[in-house]
Design a protein around this ligand. Structure first.
Ligand SMILES: Cc1cc2nc3c(=O)[nH]c(=O)nc-3n(C[C@H](O)[C@H](O)[C@H](O)COP(=O)(O)OP(=O)(O)OC[C@H]3O[C@@H](n4cnc5c(N)ncnc54)[C@H](O)[C@@H]3O)c2cc1C
Length: 366
């Protein structure tokens, strides 16, 4: 009997587990390690901030999916991975040996001053931590007269969060929201029309856009040009960094600490380790860190873990040429991008809402 350990219950692992429930792994002890009882669906978090969803609508209980797959859930966090010794060390001190390991632990917000007590600087990743911390921050913001919130990071997540907060605070005549987007502007990497629509939507809901890089400091944000923006809260939604224990694991990692994998999502240095989602760095092609890719990699990951157990050939994960991105504007409209196409409106939000709810509801613990 071989032991397969799944580290993290991220998007890719949840999809893989659902597949194991349909197609059980032969002769395998399956152990899943997750620090949280829930897996949060990040695509719905801006909707939660805007007041469109309750938090329990944006998350899935992990255990029912693990049990359906024939596995056992260990509620703990990995603090060390010893690839040569084939073991994971948990925060409790427990050592979990493995024959085969799959890692899907996501990434963390990129800032040195996050989550210090009372600092009011919150990273949006890991999402479960943010979801726990935000309600208290919001309460304390509501107690202030016209508080100012700065969102750091002009990618799709940062833009959605800024619009959600602006719409939410408009309801109660509250906060001013500033989006510090970086010198590449808002949603860089997307087509010009999409970028124009997102910019317009931000301005429509009163978000001030600053096209400069910034870093959080105790009382706000220091911009690259030297100016300081005072803030009552700073939400960091910048690129994301690799979890530190991966870099120290002995696995081959890239310059940012993400684990190098081939097209089958197997570690390039250790053939009994697979990595999917934000935590990996493909050596054959650039793959954006997005939930879309993590979810799509899930079925291939499941197939490859089963193949690795039974010594069969591995499959490759080819991301589709175009990915569908639907960005919520906070007012029950959304802006969409699919390859060369850009579209927007209330129907796009309804579509996004259906897809997002459908994903969450497809798991037994929803
Ligand atoms: C606000 C926001 C909105 C977003 N919206 C979209 C969107 O609309 N579309 C899109 O494609 N992408 C979106 N993204 C990006 C998307 O969230 C990530 O790319 C995606 O979550 C990556 O999935 P993953 O499987 O790598 O990890 P995650 O889904 O982040 O899961 C990682 C898991 O690992 C667990 N974990 C963490 N540390 C440890 C540890 N030490 N030991 C064990 N387990 C651990 C966590 O508890 C978590 O369950 C958004 C991101 C944010 C922040």
């Amino acid at each position: 009997m071989k032991r397969l350990v799944l580290l993290g219950a991220g998007h890719a692992h949840m999809v893989a587990l659902r597949q194991f429930a349909r197609d059980p792994l032969p002769e395998t002890e399956l152990v899943v390690v997750s620090p949280s009882r829930w897996q949060y669906y990040s695509g719905m978090i801006p909707g939660w901030l805007a007041g469109h969803y309750r938090l329990d609508q944006c998350r899935v209980l992990v255990e029912p999916t693990v049990i359906a797959a024939g596995g056992r859930l260990v509620l703990d966090r990995a603090v060390e991975l010893r690839a040569t010794e084939q073991e994971v060390v948990l925060a409790s001190g427990e050592r979990v040996p493995y024959d085969l390991l799959s890692v899907d632990v996501g990434s963390a917000s990129d800032s040195a001053v996050l989550n210090e007590p009372d600092s009011m600087i919150l990273g949006v990743k890991p999402v479960e931590r943010f979801a726990e911390d935000w309600p208290a921050t919001e309460r304390s913001l509501r107690a202030r007269a016209r508080p100012r919130i700065v969102v750091l990071g002009g990618g799709a997540g940062g833009a959605e969060i800024a619009m959600a907060l602006a719409r939410r605070s408009a309801d109660c005549d509250q906060a001013g929201v500033v989006l510090v987007a970086g010198s590449n502007g808002v949603v860089p990497g997307f087509r010009p029309r999409f970028r124009r629509l997102v910019r317009r939507a931000l301005m429509r809901c009163g978000v001030e856009i600053v096209e400069e890089y910034g870093e959080p400091v105790v009382d706000g944000v220091r911009l690259a040009g030297g100016r300081r923006l005072r803030a009552d809260a700073v939400l960091v939604s910048t690129g994301g960094r690799a979890l530190p224990f991966l870099e120290a694991s002995g696995l081959a990692v890239d310059e940012a600490g993400f684990v190098r994998v081939d097209a089958s999502h197997r570690s390039t240095s250790h053939h009994n380790v697979f990595v999917a989602g934000d935590a990996c760095s493909r050596v054959d092609q650039r793959l954006d860190r997005s939930g879309v890719h993590a979810v799509r990699a899930g079925p291939i990951l499941a197939r490859n873990l089963a193949a690795a157990i039974s010594g069969k050939p591995l499959a490759r994960f080819y991301p589709r040429r175009f990915s569908l991105y639907l960005l919520a504007a906070g007012d029950c409209t959304a802006i969409g991008s699919y390859g060369p196409l850009t579209f927007s409106g209330a129907w796009v939000w309804k579509w996004k809402d259906r897809i997002d709810r459908g994903f969450v509801d497809s798991f037994p613990g929803a």
